[in-house]
Design a binder for this molecule. Sequence first.
Ligand code: NDP
Length: 589
Amino acid sequence: MTSSDPSSIDEAKARYAAERAKRLREDGLAQYEGLKEHHLDRDPWADPDFTRDPVVEDVDVVVLGGGFAGLLTGINLTKRGVSSFRMIEKAADFGGTWYWNRYPGCMCDVDATIYLPLLEETGYMPTERYASATEIFGYCQQLGRHFGLYDHALFQTEVESATWDDEAGRWTVTTTRGDELRARFFVAAGGLMHKAKLPGIRGIDQFAGKAFHTTRWDYAYTGGSPTEPMDGLADKRVGIIGTGATAVQVVPQLARAAKEVYVFQRTPSAVGVRAQQKIDEAWFRSLPPGWQAERTRNFTQVVTGNKPPVDLVADGWSAVLGEDTQREPADEAARARLEAIDFEVMEGFRRRIDEIVDDPDTAEKLKPWYGKHCKRICFHDEYLQAFNRPNVHLVDTDGKGVQEMTAAGPVVDGTEYPLDLLVFASGFEITTGLVDRLGFDPVGRGGVRLSERWHDGTHSLHGILTAELPNFMVVSFIQAGFGLNFVHFLSASTDHITWMIEHCLTEGISSIEATVEAEDAWLDLLWQRSGPLARYNKTCTPSYGNSEGSRTTLAARAAVYSGSLIDYADLLLAWRDEGSLAGTRVARA
Ligand code: NDP
């Protein structure tokens, strides 16, 4: 029987369904908890004694967030000649994801020449194909300096409230530092993955050892730094909960540094070849003007199955995603072909495990049993290899997850695993309600709260504008385009948002918001397009990608513009070119 034999595909499908069934939980998205509630929200990088005077100001725009979304909003505003804006950021610097994620081994799995934005403008050459978190954070700071954004920033500051005053045509934004900013526009660019989550494990707070989330890595405890080996773990028993894209990067580092490492697994990741390499300077400097936009677009075409004549990036992603299964296949033969390709790709990952992992029982447990679009594929050349070390132990929970914790450590299947350190590589809230993720509840026209308008999930035009909250613009995947290269998405989204702001300011438009009809039509369009993806997701093990398998209205409304990000970006461009601001309600001063 060959691996593409229909019976093997059918067997795999049956296994996929059985593994999915094991993991489905009644509590869906509600199974997770926040860091704050468990006192794990400390910022290890910020000066806790930082103070400053409150800022009281009138500006054109308040931008919430200083990650790539906020940075690109600020940069695009600047380029469009809008200089009156403030950027509010909880962290002590720019960087967002790359400010918080400084765990050992942290890097970006998307080729740096297309992930780091505006390389042609800054002249920066990434050192390696997959840039380290340290390098990306440094680049975020460089962007901040290059475009003069530090002058606009209010760091270590969180928004407490945002209220629209219809008569004045202004948002009033207050913060934890006593600031009061009045702004025409409020852009919520607070991050796609900024709210870390913890597994809701019974007794989690009883654990008496050291614990932290990967976004709050405590080098004071582990020793070392993002660029130096951890020298404080040689006598420590370390556990890590989670085996997603973050854990895949952390585990090899822990394996090297700690006495014993226990990897608590609920669902294994599919892990392909990383093949890190230095960027060749002669090649990089020879690239013609406009190369980055072309390369970025080409990558997105490749990974959405659009098969451009050349594959410019040509890395592991092309091999995995070159054939798109998110579109409706033309006929049964096409459907069967895509299914076979999907199966072969996943078989390749499963074979790689057998080739690398010595212990057959461990190898079996590390195998991913789901389709290639179900979870983010990982690429790493040391993760699977780490399980061959005598100090690394896989604790597979058979899809149930760690459900109980004592003062000593996690308990799985009646066995307690005593630990000195427990690392939570448990991910982020992505499809939960925006108000929850923002941490405050914007108040729109006539006192209408965002939590009321979005009580059953997102209501938006393009994922950006919403009715009754004028001049409020959101940067988020939800109801917007999704791109494997997040920065490509953020570039398109922030380009659109800043175009609208510039347009309103120059055309004397004092407020813009979606109409309810346009929100409904947009959702209809999203649902029409998402049929194949929704059907596919139904076969997937639970994850943030399918709202943990939830079938609530909130989850249904958390749709994305399926297909290619380029289609979404082109749609926004066409909307702008058409010129009537279709689907919006505007008021003029
Ligand atoms: P994920 O949400 O992908 O992973 C969380 C992990 O925690 C999963 O393995 C999950 O299991 C596990 N988990 C949750 N609850 C329990 C429990 N009770 N017991 C045991 N395990 C549990 O988060 P990550 O931080 O790994 O990644 C999030 C996203 O961040 C990625 O998908 C990617 O988009 C991005 N990322 C990107 C990187 C890049 O290089 N660009 C690198 C790292 C992250 P289960 O799968 O069963 O839910």
